[in-house]
Design a protein around this ligand. Structure first.
Ligand code: GLA
Length: 389
């Protein structure tokens, strides 16, 4: 990936880049829409990445080239402005702008972006691009960012500049990922714990992603609408409980069960999904601590059902992929991952069963839809890095 970025840089700008920023995508293993509700998630960075290779230039204007799109955008970190012709460049200038606002003197730079991470498929290519951009700027300025502070700044770039009210899950995962480990993250306190996906001498389940290929865009409004419904649920539960409920996940599952009837539909189902997910993450964390992957898989299956029925963020394509998956030998569990309304399912599959699993999903999906779903066999990977060239 880095060689490819360097070659592209030579072609587009001439000469060599000085630094590469590398940002991995992420897979949300469990904990759907819990992050902005102050709950917990199980997540991992994956071995599919965005690379941004660049060098400083004189003046104020930065130029950034997307190899995939064959487009070059220009911006100024100190006075960023949306350019509707290049929406992807918002992620780059949003990061440059928040770093600049935070007091860093962000130089003008020219850079190319390459990637082997599928875009618009629920694997956080946007957070990966943000993290890679931040690592590039860190390298160009010799600045060693505090990683938690950086995750917050990247989330701010996406919330305020790109305009998606996402939680911190994606940015945190891209920065804090660790090879062969799952991250348990408490999005309220931002405390995290690394849990092994496998043990020494015993390979853990493979992470297999199956892409339903429905075009999805978080900015399209469904995501923000669900977020508003969750806020509404929290206010109604506060009234029913007679105490403040700042975030939906401040309410535990048994408390919710006792009060669910006080909420109108569909707000009750949205709350049931989020509070239920939070509970499932707690249970899966205990199971992961002792390597009981089969139990984790069952929780994935419960999560998908709840997405479909309660949160209504699944699609026919995702339901079909999930249904095919759970019938395959060696599949421990399957669910949609990320925001929803398209993108990938995440599947935990016994390592020896992966090839057969992938072949069966492709054949089954093709026979119903006529389309071949891309399958990505992934590993949990290290988080974002700066590479000096
Ligand atoms: C998207 C958002 C995340 C999170 C997930 C759903 O990936 O960017 O912040 O809310 O959806 O869990």
């Amino acid at each position: 990936m880095i060689d490819e970025a360097v070659a592209a840089f030579r072609q587009v700008f001439g000469g060599a880049p000085a630094v590469c920023g590398v940002g991995p995508g992420r897979v949300e293993l469990l904990g759907n829409h819990t992050d902005y509700n102050g709950g917990c998630v199980l997540t991992a960075a994956i071995d599919r990445r965005v690379v941004v290779a660049g060098r400083c230039v004189t003046g104020y204007r930065s130029r950034v080239h997307s190899v995939y799109l064959g487009q070059t955008a220009e911006f100024q970190a100190q006075s960023p402005a949306h350019d509707p012709a290049f929406p992807w460049a918002d992620y780059v200038q949003g990061v440059a702008a928040v770093l600049s606002e935070s007091g860093l003197v962000v130089p003008a730079f020219e850079a190319v972006i390459t990637s082997d991470l599928p875009t618009a498929s629920g694997l956080s290519s946007s957070a990966a691009l943000e993290a890679a951009t931040a690592q590039l700027i860190a390298g160009l300025t010799e600045f060693e960012p505090d990683r938690l502070e950086l995750a917050r700044l990247l989330q701010k770039a996406e919330n305020e500049f790109v305009g998606v009210r996402c939680g911190i899950l994606d940015q945190f995962s891209s920065i804090f990922g660790r090879a062969d480990q799952v991250i348990y993250l408490d999005c309220g306190s931002l405390q995290h714990e690394l849990l092994p996906l496998g043990e020494a001498g015993r390979a853990g389940p493979a992470i297999v992603l199956c892409d339903a290929q429905a075009p999805r865009s978080l900015a399209a409004g469904q995501y923000n609408q669900r977020r508003a419904e969750c806020e509404q649920a929290a206010s109604l539960l506060a009234v029913a409980l007679g105490r403040p409920v700042e975030r939906l996940c401040d309410v535990r599952l048994p408390e919710f069960e006792a009060l669910a009837a006080a909420l109108p539909d569909p707000v009750d189902r949205r709350a049931r999904h989020v509070i239920g997910e939070n509970d499932r993450v707690d249970r899966a964390r205990q199971s992961l601590r002792t390597g009981r992957f089969g139990e984790v898989g069952k929780l994935l299956v419960e999560s998908h059902l709840s997405s479909r029925v309660n949160f209504e963020n699944s699609t026919d394509g995702l339901d079909l992929l999930q249904d095919l998956a759970v019938r395959q030998p060696g599949c421990l569990g399957s669910r949609l991952c990320g925001g929803g309304w398209g993108g990938n399912t995440v599947n935990l599959v016994a390592p020896q069963a992966v090839d057969e699993f992938a072949a069966a999903i492709v054949a089954g999906y093709r026979s119903v839809t006529g389309n071949t779903p891309p399958i990505h066999i992934c590993r949990a990977a290290d988080g974002a890095q700066t590479v000096r060239l």
